[in-house]
Design a protein around this ligand. Sequence first.
Ligand code: UDP
Length: 469
Amino acid sequence: MDQATIPAHVVLLSSPGMGHIIPLASLAVCLTRHHGLSVTLISNTIPSNQQSLQDFLSFNQVKLIKLEEPNEPSPSSSNLNAESRIWQTIKSTMPHVHSKIKSIAKESHLSAIIFDPFYLDALDTAKELNIPCFLFFTTSCMALSFTFALPGLDKQFQDQSCDLPEPVQLPGCVPIRGIDLPDTVQDRTNEMYKGFLSGINRFKEVSGVLVNSYEELEPGPTKGLKEFKGMPHVYQVGPLIRTSLTTGPGQGKECLRWLDRQPQGSVVFVSFGSGGTLMWQQTKELALGLEMSEQQFLWVARYPNEKESSAYYFGSKDMQGQLNFLPEGFLTRTEKVGLVVPHWAPQVEILAHPAVGGFMTHCGWNSVLESLVHGVPLITWPLFAEKKMNAVLLTEDVKVAIRPKQDGSAMISRDEVSRVVRCLMKGKDAERLKQRAQELSREAVNTLEGGSSYKNLLQVTNLWKNSVV
Ligand code: UDP
């Protein structure tokens, strides 16, 4: 084949966790479908129940290299939080990834390596092969801004805990209280924090950062990112979300049929991402609050966990499918207004359904984008990682969400659950939030169809294409 006709080839690296695989898979498909690139996606895990995602990738000519799935957590790792476990997995597979990329580079015109922040060590591979590399940032511009600012903040607040006297003010962003900063920085003596900080210092070595957000959603933070001198160029290329095509036949169809029988915009969808969990008492308060609200609901409920809020992140099979933890009589009392689905449901199809009028979410960035693309306003219930910062962005900056208040023991009471659900679904506030969500949905479509995100991705793919010949 003539050199000029060989398509540019890019390798995408995704760390474990649905929150990373889903946007990277969407980026991969966008690059093959709309930008004529040849793409290989290397992933640590695509859980075995995600066959439809694999079929979707192969249908769109994305080559998938699946690294070995980590087994159930080893006794030494079971006490670690989700982020630490991801780091551990990446570290163990890095040599394998390095040799895979080297063999791809031998066989094709590899023009770029793109990875999520957990895979920063792939920088060494890229340097050895002299191939440009790009970071794919899977959350918001605001979180990216915080990441860029962290080395400076670390020096400024050296001797203080995260209980900072003043909120942190990032360029173009609303102020953030110390308590709403990501989990990784809450304990600055922790090894995880030190690793995170030294990783950020390597951000300067990448050729650019692609971020899964859009300028219309985050105009302030987008502008603010330009103020960081010495940091790589940022390209807003989102919202890249999973499409409904990736749901397998029959999967979760019964809850979609239940939605078909509900009035338009009447249902609040309640779900905490791929691994989020609540404690026993909190699960009870949520159930009773939903019941008190007298609104229709569809709840993806997980077996409670007293120790961590991301207990199912690695797809643990413990107690999957059970609902015996719900308050006594709850299912019978609510059978006319609610449906409880154990463990997992086809979220994108649910959010796209006309019966859904609101989403109570743990604020995972994919969940946020999926909701906004479909014009659904939110209740923020942030659980772990950077989710509290996402809640601040959605409620105080974008103004498309309501955040429930915790009581003195960090619990969200049944009364508060009922209050926020009613507020999201009924009355003047509900109308305002709905209009804002619909506006963001229209902007999401426009930005991808020839608007700013499309142009930003075109700009960067042209760079890759031009480096081929
Ligand atoms: N998801 C789903 N069904 C579920 C739970 C989650 O399809 O029952 C999908 C959801 O649509 C999203 C992803 O899993 O694409 C979760 O990503 P997010 O960033 O929201 O949160 P994370 O799981 O990374 O905490």
